[in-house]
Design a binder for this molecule. Structure first.
Ligand SMILES: NC(=O)c1ccc[n+]([C@@H]2O[C@H](COP(=O)([O-])OP(=O)(O)OC[C@H]3O[C@@H](n4cnc5c(N)ncnc54)[C@H](O)[C@@H]3O)[C@@H](O)[C@H]2O)c1
Length: 679
């Protein structure tokens, strides 16, 4: 399997320095190159400043600054990347300069090196053609600020090999990016509708549809964003907007070409004046125009096969921080309404045609549906990927339904001898969709929660008892329902980023998808109670030490490790095991007498004072009713067959979800510390 030992970044400007920073931050050695020592120094200084900001905002610890900087080798010598696994070009947006650079890199770099361009406006294929390694050439399009914005467009050109795509996706994952695979077409996915968003704002101004302040307000409301198009142009630079619209216009036609007023503003070398009154009466017209253009273009790019509807939405949400993606917006405002807005645009601009996908959806008279679970079969293994990274792959009715469909297909597929479940992006699965619970509680439909959970249990039992081996790949965090899902698989393979936690009692409920029973059955009820009472995370190393994870390996070793594990045969996850001494005090805390103490607000005994105090403090923030019921359930489940133990969990579900603490805990999540009343 590919090892990623060194990445080169060429160009230490705005993008290159941020890209290098992020790669180094995630533990990979980087070489950062520019043409002059002063430029390299400037890039390094930018990195140091961004890292200091991150320290101030408590995102990273002070010691990490030197660690990260220590992973960056800054130089003007291109030879320094000759043995890199990947070289990312982020120099001036100039075709000739970029082409020359790639010719040089092609000569210098070893055969294994993949070359990538971060170009925004040229075809990836064009630069690939300058090298003798078009199969090892790809587009990696980052978003500003590349150390902070998680989106990465991965752009294979026609000649990129599948291995290069695979390695690029691995690199994306290794440095914390959410990748979307996009065709080598003008504007790729996100700029294709983002640039017209900026341009149309100027056209509206030109046509006196409204003034700048009103257009700004209309855009903010339409897409639920913090900055409107004019402010964004002021921040990122009007030249970039003009350049991007010009390239799109040249490639795709007049509809995309820059508005005259935009070019005029560039000539004046002045920012837009954002002051002015908002004219509420003009907001609907403004919103309509934005919808017509942005949603229309999003539909057009999907029509052309540039990206999937899910990736297009992801691009908008992660890359542009829209609260909903274009297709989600279409569903929200209605397909008919969308169609009308896009129709108005297609009538106004003759070279913009109504996208077929939208016309079809109008005929179907129903909203778009989204695929959040993908199934691929590779080398005899079915990989089922929960692909909703923007929501940390949280489980809801749709996701569970699609998971079931993919699982059924994988079981029936003769080419798949085993089934591996994995999560896209940084997380495996962050639990269940909390909003769903809150909505159901408020609508007095708790029986729906019970049905949803019962369904989930049925699926998890099928995964646990499947004839084909089932493996959870925990290469990111999992919480609650996600950890319960992983525990239901016949085996777990973890990477150092993998973790497990049961935070439910902190939000007024208990782990309801078999987590308590499966954890207790593996490591004993005492430890299970400790983790459920405190919500403490089990690291990948903990999981390995406790035998919960069958294997712990580096992210680059995952495929080989899974194959080896399957070849050897999965160990019985419910085998008897020794619990390592490192977990002794946690087991003591889970003893019945100590649990009783904790439930009445007293310190647990027979453990070190600091551990006792820390545990009591942590348990003090949890919902008392949820703690009490969890304790009772774990006791009642002991010694019962799994299906019967599942029933015990289901029986108390209506009770816990009807409690005031459940509504308080679930509604407070992420906003404030809940105030539990014990009922
Ligand atoms: N700025 C953005 O928001 C953004 C977003 C996505 C992609 N991009 C693309 O990223 C690339 C870089 O953009 P930027 O904003 O960082 O530009 P920049 O001007 O800030 O930085 C470019 C750097 O490249 C260096 N450079 C130029 N020629 C070089 C060469 N031959 N060898 C080594 N270094 C060289 C320059 O000295 C400069 O430091 C462009 O292709 C741009 O289109 C930019």
């Amino acid at each position: 399997m590919t090892q990623i030992r060194k990445i080169g970044v060429i160009g230490a400007g705005n993008m290159g320095s941020g890209i290098a920073q992020k790669i180094a931050q995630e533990g990979i050695p980087v070489v950062l190159i520019d043409t002059q020592p002063a430029f390299v120094e400037r890039g390094l200084a930018n990195i140091a400043k961004t890292l200091q900001d991150a320290v101030q905002r408590k995102i990273i610890k002070p010691a990490q600054v030197d660690e990260v900087l220590g992973r960056i080798q800054a130089t003007t010598d291109l030879e320094a990347v000759k043995d890199a696994d990947l070289v990312i070009e982020a120099i001036f947006e100039d075709k000739t300069i970029k082409s020359e650079l790639f010719k040089k890199l092609d000569r210098i770099c070893s055969d294994k090196t993949i070359l990538a361009t971060n170009t925004s406006s040229f075809y990836v294929g064009e630069f690939a053609g300058q090298t003798a390694r078009p199969d090892r050439f790809i587009g990696l399009h980052y978003f500003y600020h590349p150390a902070k914005n998680r989106l990465l467009e991965v752009i294979p050109h026609d000649g990129t090999s599948p291995e290069t795509v695979e390695t690029s996706l691995l690199v994306a994952k290794l440095h914390g990016k959410t990748a979307i695979v996009v065709k080598d077409q003008p504007g790729f996915a996100v700029n294709r509708f983002f640039v017209p968003f900026l341009n149309e704002a100027v056209r509206m101004l030109e046509e006196k549809v409204a003034g700048i302040a009103t257009i700004e307000a209309g855009a903010k409301r339409a897409f639920n964003i913090g900055m409107g198009p004019f402010e964004l142009m002021n921040v990122t630079g009007i030249p970039i907007a003009v350049h991007a619209a010009t390239t799109l216009g040249n490639e795709l036609g007049a509809f995309y070409a820059p508005a005259k007023a935009l070019q005029a503003q560039l000539q004046m070398k002045k920012n837009w004046d954002l002051t002015g009154e908002i004219d509420e009466s003009r907001i609907p017209a403004v919103t309509d125009r934005f919808y017509g253009v942005c949603l229309g273009v999003a539909a057009a790019l999907v029509d052309e096969g540039v990206a999937s509807i899910e990736d297009t939405d992801r691009g908008a949400k992660i890359g542009l921080r829209w609260s909903l993606g274009p297709f989600e917006i279409m569903n929200k405002i209605g397909i008919d309404k969308t169609y009308q807005s896009v129709k108005a645009i297609s009538e106004k601009y003759p070279d913009f045609k109504m996208p077929q996908i939208l016309a079809n959806q109008k005929t179907l008279a129903k909203p778009f549906s989204f695929n959040f679970v993908d199934l691929t079969v590779k080398d005899g293994i079915a990989f089922i990927t929960l692909n909703r990274p923007e929501a940390m792959n949280a489980l809801n009715e749709t996701v569970v339904g699609q998971l079931e469909v993919c699982f059924t297909q994988a079981q029936a597929d003769p080419k798949a001898a085993a089934i591996v479940f994995q999560g896209a992006g940084k997380a495996f699965v962050a639990g269940a969709d909390i909003r769903y619970f809150v909505e159901k509680i408020k609508a007095n439909q708790i029986s729906d929660i019970v049905d949803f959970t019962r369904n989930g249990h049925r699926l998890l039992l099928n995964i646990e008892t499947a004839a084909k081996p089932t493996v959870a790949l925990l290469d990111g965090l999992s919480m609650g329902g996600g950890s319960e899902f992983a525990l239901a698989c016949q085996s777990i393979v973890a990477t150092p980023d993998g973790s497990m936690a049961f935070p439910e009692t902190g939000i007024g409920i208990y782990p309801g998808l078999g987590g308590m029973l499966r954890l207790a059955r593996q490591v004993g009820p005492e430890l299970a109670k400790y983790y459920v009472f405190t919500g403490a995370a089990l690291t990948a190393a903990d999981m390995q030490a406790l035998g919960i994870a069958a294997r712990l390996c580096a992210a680059t070793e995952v495929p080989a490790t899974i194959h080896a594990l399957l070849q050897e045969g999965l160990p019985d996850k419910y085998r008897q095991r020794e619990i390592p001494p490192a977990f002794d005090s946690y087991r003591q805390i889970g003893r019945p007498d100590n649990i009783a103490r904790l439930l009445s607000g007293k310190l647990p005994e027979s453990v070190a004072e600091d551990v006792a105090a820390k545990t009591l403090k942590s348990v003090g923030f949890k919902a008392p009713l949820a703690l009490k019921i969890s304790n009772e359930i774990i006791d009642a489940q002991t010694g019962r067959p799994i299906p019967a133990a599942v029933e015990i969990e289901l029986e108390r579900l209506a009770e816990i979800f009807s409690s005031a603490d459940a509504l308080e805990g679930l509604s407070a999540l992420g906003r404030r510390r809940p105030e539990f009343k014990g009922k």
